[in-house]
Design a protein around this ligand. Sequence first.
Ligand code: 4GY
Length: 233
Amino acid sequence: MTLRIDVITLFPEMFGGVLASSILGRALREGRTEVVLTNLRDFAGDKRGTVDDKPFGGGPGMVLLCEPLYRAVEAVRGQDSRRGLVVLLTPQGERLTQGRVRDLAGRERLILVCGHYEGFDERIRPVADLELSVGDYVLTGGELPAMAVIDAVVRLLPGVLGAEDGTREESFAAGLLEYPQYTRPREFRGMAVPDVLLSGNHAAIAAWRADQAKARTRARRRDLLGEAPDADG
Ligand code: 4GY
């Protein structure tokens, strides 16, 4: 069965270009997955389409209402017999990792919920099975994070990438950064391609790449090696 991804958002038009382009566009056209966009505005309780209100207790900004969102999740749920994992995109969520992406790619249905404005009513939290964050910074909405989740998940689905790229995923799965890559020309502005890559010695090339991946991970992301991060974080 192919993965169905539902997105509940106030800005479905933001997804158009991303879902139509490149690898994601092809995967969708080939039916390797299905993305269904639902406009939260359609579940407002009034004709004006109200989906937010001022926070109790005062303070700046607007807060997403519970009612429209619960109605939207329930309606979307009812469109398919698969229950689906409801995922709320928020900076307060679990940090998205490749391991979590693999988990999501193995499911039958995801329902991604995008907040917007300054925040959502706390009582929205229980509708979600999982809260995910794409990083420690604040965006204006969950749409870009939802697109990041869709992109990362869809590229892992069977048939979406060529066999070659499957191995690239394994490198990160092994907890290492990618080794450096080069293509033509052999020398560019004084920067030469390492000799070993032109040697035709496949064992030596594999050893060099493994070494580079390890060294680069140690230099840039010691945390991935299970060691203490350096002074920069
Ligand atoms: N970072 N990772 C993120 C985000 C915006 C107010 C709730 C993030 O996932 N989401 O910054 N989201 C906020 C805006 C409502 C979502």
